[in-house]
Design a protein around this ligand. Structure first.
Ligand code: AMP
Ligand code: GLY
Length: 419
């Protein structure tokens, strides 16, 4: 089969590596892809993942049999629907199902209607009303943009002034556009965060090992939110008993609720959870693999990823036995200096082969080739070192040891992933 992965991050590189190992995969493409993916796939750097018509045309021209749509924007734009209508089978939820990520007001409403545990909330379309409500609540208070905002649409405000300033940012439209037109204000939940990802065909829900992303830019969970600076799997505080409860109160009820709403979900669903004193509650849903969670999970997957994905698309996931290595995994992201703010690009990257020789896998994200063929930086999150081992400590040590071999100007990474 000719397979095409849509996207250009470390997640998509990890997907390409896993898919390329399937005996069923005869040829691999990526749109747009990156320099790492270009080593195993034909890439189309001039086409964006969100250019739906151009993506569909390229897939047709190249005889692609199956497309894997991994990132939020093309899913929210309905790429899977358009590909399917064009006769190209795809992995990922429809636009209607991906709405669970694309609209927080929708997902909160769904949870309320179906009694799925989450923070208490109200939604507003007028900044003044949102501010009046905020003043009637306890601190801290959480304010969110309804739509997709690259992880920047949430403020956990310690003061009313902070919450009001964020509401002003949302309603001004300058930074968030339409994503901030509806505002969600919700109760602050305290606890530790954990992620549960699952493959689902809308009938069967197959949980992956648990994982935990480290979203803040700096050590000790300081600094601004990023796309994610590293991840571990599994998470020690998610016991089998707690997981069983999460399946009963959260994962199955969510899949059922989406079915009842006529939005059957097929793909990877991401449950971002807060482990509160009253039990696990949903912080938010994503309609896809997390990045970097995907990069820490896929090295543990023993079953052929393509076989799993085809079973999801064809709604026969119950027939597949999905096996995971009972090991620990740790991935650490190396970012450009300045990320998640402004950063320079075009710096040469060296040492990837040496890093891999130390037993880690290097997934590339913001990388490109210069005119003379050198590997250079082209994004905020540049690459990730992932390692697996029989103890969490060994997995960490291997990932960090590998990163020491890699160099580029301004390279920065957190030193405390998984501590
Ligand atoms: P989100 O984009 O919804 O995943 O939120 C980003 C981050 O904000 C989460 O990872 C949490 O750390 C924090 N957060 C979001 N909602 C809440 C909440 N209701 N209570 C406490 N923290 C929250
Ligand atoms: N790592 C968080 C996300 O992919 O949304």
């Amino acid at each position: 089969m000719k397979i095409c992965v849509i996207g250009s991050g470390g997640r998509e590189h990890a997907l390409c590596v896993a898919l390329s190992k399937s005996p069923k995969c005869s040829e691999l493409f990526a749109i747009p892809g990156n320099a790492g993916m270009a080593e195993i796939a034909t890439c189309f750097p001039a086409v964006k993942a969100t250019e739906i018509d151009a993506v569909v045309t390229l897939c047709k021209e190249n005889g692609v049999d199956y497309c894997v749509v991994a990132s939020d924007d093309p899913l929210a734009l309905g790429l899977v629907d358009t590909l399917t209508e064009s006769g190209i089978a795809s992995f990922g939820p429809t636009k209607a199902a991906a709405y669970i990520e694309a609209s927080k007001a929708f997902s909160k409403g769904l949870m309320k209607k179906y009694a799925i545990p989450t923070a208490r909330y109200e939604t507003f379309t007028e900044g003044g009303d949102a501010k009046a409500y905020v003043r009637s609540q306890n601190l801290p208070i959480v304010v969110k943009a309804d739509g997709l905002a690259l992880g920047k649409g949430v403020a956990v405000a310690q003061t009313f002034e902070e919450a009001e300033a964020f509401i002003d940012e949302l309603t001004s439209g300058a930074k968030f556009g339409a994503a901030g037109a509806t505002i969600v204000v919700e109760e602050f939940m305290s606890g530790r965060e954990a992620t549960v990802l699952a493959f689902t065909d809308g009938k069967t829900v197959s949980l992956m090992p648990t994982s935990r992303d480290h979203k803040r830019a700096y050590d000790g969970d300081e600094g601004p939110n990023t796309g994610g600076m590293g991840a571990i799997s599994p998470v020690p505080d998610l016991t089998p008993e707690l997981l069983a409860e999460i399946e009963r109160t959260i994962t199955y009820p969510t899949i059922d609720a989406l079915n009842k709403e006529g939005r059957t979900f097929r793909g990877v669903i991401y449950f971002e959870l807060m482990l509160t004193p009253e039990g696990a509650k949903v912080i938010e849903y994503n309609a896809r693999f997390g990045d970097p969670e995907c990069q820490t999970l896929l090295p543990l997957l023993k079953t052929d990823l393509l076989e799993i994905m085809l079973a999801v698309t064809e709604r026969r996931l119950a027939d597949i036995n999905i096996e995971w290595e009972p090991a620990y995994s740790c991935c650490v992201v190396a970012a450009s200096g300045g990320y998640p703010g402004d950063y320079a690009k075009g710096y040469e990257i060296t040492g990837i082969a040496e890093a891999e020789a130390k037993g880690a896998t290097i997934y590339q994200a913001g990388t490109a080739r210069s005119a003379n063929g050198a590997l250079i930086t082209s994004g905020g999150r540049v690459l990730t070192a992932t390692a697996t081992a029989s103890s969490p400590q060994d997995a960490r040590d291997k990932a960090y040891n590998a990163l020491k071999a890699i160099h580029f100007e301004g390279m920065r990474y957190r030193k405390d992933i998984g501590l």
